[in-house]
Write a protein that binds this ligand. Structure first.
Ligand code: SAM
Length: 306
């Protein structure tokens, strides 16, 4: 049973994070969730976990299962679950050094940590916990909050290559939040891998929320490279087949994606893939293209099997 004094929220800034869309998504949750009839919450593309933490603080779902293909991210979740105090000690030290340093030294510190982070990647065993995970988790949280735009982008070699952010006074972590996050993760099964791996956990009383990398709605709009694996139209099709297969289990399913009709009213890519399911449209404040000159509200899709 989770009794939380502080409501947990994402500890990383994550591209495609759902924090601002939570209220709208909440309106589309299955009735069974509010009735307490969902026994397991599964999130195969967890990213920063905005929905996971929302669900954990609002509903008492006994079991949580999260998955992501980004092994650095799942390493963070597992370390925060198993040794949050040690991560906080490491972060305290990074925070102290960073805030004691002059601006030029801060930049040097950022690049030194980025280099160390990349250089140690080949030696990391991502499957079995070891003490090096603690420092790595602290480094990821530090780099994520001090880099440009708070991205976590890996290049084709798997290196973190985002430049320094030049923020005056970045908040790097919040101790109370990390405790609340760790508390939620005690009840959570954390899987590193392709979304299909989550299938073995799906039961008739599960609720599965899919938030895959969005299909780009214009050539310049989207950031879909969270890891060295891109998510293209073929992956979207595979995901739709997976959704259809899980539907037969009786589980409740919800999926978010971009709405191609924002830029091309003729584009019925998702209507075809999710034919027979319910396609809802919600409004999100997002930029349509990378230059941000078409900011405003655009619609996004919420697809459900109930
Ligand atoms: C839109 S983000 C999820 C954002 C999340 N809902 C949040 O609030 O931060 C998509 C996530 O899917 C992950 N991903 C990409 N391809 C994947 C795959 N084939 N299987 C599982 N996860 C994948 C990415 O690493 C990324 O974290």
């Amino acid at each position: 049973m989770r009794l939380l004094a502080t409501k947990p929220r994402p500890f990383l800034k994550w591209a495609g994070g759902k924090t601002r869309l939570l209220e709208q998504l909440a309106r589309h949750l299955p009735r069974e969730m509010k009735q307490g009839r969902i026994r397991r919450y599964i999130e195969p593309f967890v990213g920063g976990g905005a929905m996971l933490f929302y669900m954990a603080s609002v509903y008492q779902v006994p079991e949580l299962v999260i998955c992501d293909v980004n092994d650095e991210l799942t390493l963070c979740y597992r370390t925060l679950r198993d040794d949050v105090e040690a991560v906080i000690d490491c972060l305290d030290e990074l925070h102290r050094r960073y805030h004691a340093a002059a601006p030029a030294e801060r930049e040097q510190m950022f690049y030194a940590i980025r280099e160390q982070f990349n250089a140690t990647r080949p030696q990391i065993d991502f499957r079995h916990f070891s003490p090096v995970w603690i420092e790595r988790t602290a480094q990821i949280i530090f780099l994520n909050h001090t880099c440009f735009n708070g991205l976590f982008r890996l290049n084709s070699r798997g290196d973190f290559n985002v430049p320094f952010g030049k923020y005056k006074n970045p908040g790097i972590y919040d101790t109370e939040n990390l405790h609340a996050v760790s508390h939620v993760l005690q009840d959570t099964t954390i899987i590193s891998g392709h979304f299909t791996v989550s299938e073995q956990f799906v039961t008739p009383d599960s609720f599965v929320y899919f938030d895959p990398p969005y299909r780009p709605i214009s050539k310049t709009s989207s950031f879909t490279s969270y890891s060295k694996l891109d998510f293209n139209d073929e992956d979207q099709r595979q995901l739709a087949h997976f959704f259809r297969r899980l539907h037969t289990t009786g589980a409740k399913l919800m999926l978010s994606n971009s709405d191609p009709k924002n830029t091309n009213p003729e584009d019925d890519f998702f209507e075809v893939l999710y034919d027979g399911f319910h396609i809802h449209r919600v409004l999100a404040a997002r930029a349509i293209n990378a230059r941000g000159d078409k900011r405003g509200e655009i619609s996004e899709l919420v697809i459900t099997n109930y």
